[in-house]
Every structure is written in structure tokens, then in C-alpha cells.
Design a binder for this molecule. Sequence first.
Ligand code: BG6
Length: 467
Amino acid sequence: MEKSDSFVQFGATGDLARKMTFVSLYRLAEKGRLDVPVIGVASNDWDVDTFRNRARADIVAAGQQIDEGVWQRLASSMDYVQGDYTRPDTYERVKDALSGASNPLFYLEIPPGLFETVVQGLYNEGLTRGSRVVVEKPFGHDLESAIQLNASLSGMLDEDQIYRIDHYLGKNAVEDIMVWRFANRMVEPIWNSDHIEAVMITMAESFDVSDRGHFYDDVGALKDVVQNHLMQVTGLLAMEPPTRNTPAAIHAEQVKVFDAIEPVEPGHFVRGQYDGYLDVDGVRDGSTTETYVALRIDIDSWRWAKVPFLIRAGKSLSLTATEVVVRFRRPPLTLFDQVGARVPDHNVMRLLLGPTGGVRLHLQAKDPTAGMTSVPVVAGIDFHQELGDELLPYELLLGEALEGDSTLFATQAMIEGTWRALQPVLDQPGEVITYRPGSMGPAEADAMAGRYGGWVDPVGGASDEPA
Ligand code: BG6
């Protein structure tokens, strides 16, 4: 696969660029993985020096130490094109700035409504040939629009030119799900409905919508983080072992999971909105957009029949943490409760996905103070402590895209599978229930999980005890 010979960033003055892209590009440059021109495109009337200075300030604001040599090399490769995305002359200027590059990478970190416009502009200038196009989420806003968007892009690009980015797939701890499952002989034999009773995924954020009201009110929690991030996590948790470590083999198994998910029943879906959301700037009066969702997913396969996957995500909750809890069935014999005290707890495997990555196993050990009785103990691995620094998600993903490795990007079939599974609750979202900021969401979501032993809050949460 040919390496890209330039990096063109549409939306170069936007929030995502400022928070994530520049620092990622800097870190790639530092490691010698970015030695191509970087061209920012946006409507702001900046010159190239303003662009470079802003980028530098953003890299520093992201907490990155700057090495002057690395920065000078990166800065001297940076160029800026000012333009309106709807005007052909913008793409003429992009073409000039590319000065004959034959394998450019176009990164579209722009509002999704502009994806087609920009690709059309590039196509009209003959710039899509030999290129890769990285598109930000969300890809569509439901199944039909995702199909339409793809139909329109595929008139101008081949599928293997389109890289649908989801930064969760670039998180070290999320990728570790595959390594954890398939590089450890002890995990995979028990990773099925014979041994697992329920799988829960919680993405809790203690912060609110803040200054993102305009964006968020059109989207809501389901489309913002579940259809993409948490469904991708579900895919990695539930997939069969791929036959090879290739994009095609891995994507094929991920697609099978999404295809096997039964359309989510509206009765297995709870929507919440934190008290105070309606006062956020940019939120419509009386908006019913959800800032919290909880849902139950059923995967119709031999491995997962009758194992609920419970997913919840919300803003203004009591903590910030993303975590998978795999709750195992109890041992078939309750040997140890007969001697006295208590029924042994379920084993629980927690996969910590953020803000820190790790694994915790909730096991039983002999109670040293009593007879033959068990007590819960926790064994844990913190990836950072054990293994050191990791790549930033965008650093990894943009680096892979520049090199033409699409393993960590979503394919159209994956995207359609996730929208298809969620379509019934997009069609029938139901009422939105107000919840208290600082809580863990509406009580109705607890009732839904209660049937399966209840939610296990992420580490640091209110019930950080073995289930
Ligand atoms: C983004 C969402 O995709 O992911 C945000 O738009 C959310 O609303 C963010 O806060 C969470 O990402 P992370 O990496 O901080 O868990």
C-alpha cells in the first residue's frame, strides 16, 4: 500500500483540529512518521503564519513538550488554504498547494453535512485519484442516510479509499480487547454464554454539554457515542476470532456481530436528559434530545444467545469512566456458602477503557479469618503503569491512514450494521426522562439492568465493589 505523500486537513481551524489533530501530527512528526506537506483548509481568513502559530499553541495546550527541531520541520511543511467549501476555486487552490502530489490524504474534520460537497469539489479538480479520504463521524444520521451518503461518495471514491474514523478504535485499551481475548489462551474458552451471564458497557462523563449545544442538540447521546464508539466496542467484545490479522479478516468478523444484533426493542431503551440541559446555549426550547441512553442489545448467535449486552452512556453523571463489565455465571456448586456466611460472588472481569486502561478481575479467595469460606479479591493490571506511554488515538489512526492500513477504521458494512440495529429506537425513541446531574442517570435504566443483577458502576463509581 502506497504511503500518502501529503496530508490535507479540511476543518483545520475547528475544535477537533485544535484539541486532537495538531498534537497528533506533532507526535507523528516526532517519531518520523510524518514527513509530508501538511495543508490546512478552512474558511477563516488566516495566513500561513497565523495557522502555524495557532497550531503550535494548540500543541502546547494539549500538554505536549515541544522539541524546537521537530517543530521547525513540521512548521516548514505546513501551508494554509483559505476557502469556502462550496466554491470551486477553493479546490483549485488546494490543487496548487498540493503541487503535483499523487497520493494525498484528505482528512475531513468538518460537519457531516459537508462531506459530499468537499469530496465533490476534490473530485471535480481530479484530486480524488490515488487519494485516501478520512471522514469523521457521524457517518449518516440513520440507516437510510448512511446508505445514501455512501452511494454518493462511492461514485467518486472506491471503498478502499474511504477511511471512516472512530477514535475509540484508536484507543489502546479498546484495541486491547482483541489482544486480551485472542492472545490469552485462558480467556477465549470461557468467553461465551456458557460462562458469561451479562456484558455491560458504561461510558460515563461527569461533564456536561458545555459549549457544544448547537452540535449536540441535533445529535444526542445515541448518535454521538453509542452508534459509533460503543457499538465498535461491542463488535470487538463479541466477534469471533478472525482467521488472520488483516483488515479484511477482522472487518468480516466485526460485520458479522452487527448483522447478528437483533433490532433493539423500544422496550429495552431508556432515554434521559440532565436537569439544566435546556438552559445550554444552542439547545432548542423544549428540546427532547437525550444526554443519556441505556439499552439492551441481544446478539443472535451460538456464542451469545441469551446473554444481554447492556449499554449506557451519559453526560453530567457522577464520574468520568468508560468500562466494560463482564459478569460471569456463578460456579455450579455453591460449596462455600454451606459452611457459613455467604453465596460466593459472581466473577467479574472489568475492562477499563478510559480515562486509564487496564483490566481487573474480581475473584474469590479463601477467607483467612474463617473456615472454608470465600471472600472477594481484586487482581488488576494498569496498562500505563505496566507498559508505559501509549499513542494518542488520533496519532495512531492518522498514522495508519497515512500508511494505508485500514484495520482500525469502520467499513460501510459495519456502519450500516450498527444503524440497522438501532433503527427501531431511532424510529420510536420514547419519552425523555429528566435526571439529576451528578447521578448515574434515570432510575428506569436501573430497573432495566436490575433484571440482570444491576449495573456495576465503573471503578471509582458509587458501587465499586465486586458485583
Ligand atoms: C466524542 C463525542 O466522539 O467522544 C463526545 O462527540 C464525547 O461527546 C467524546 O465526550 C468522548 O471521547 P473520550 O475519548 O474522551 O472518551
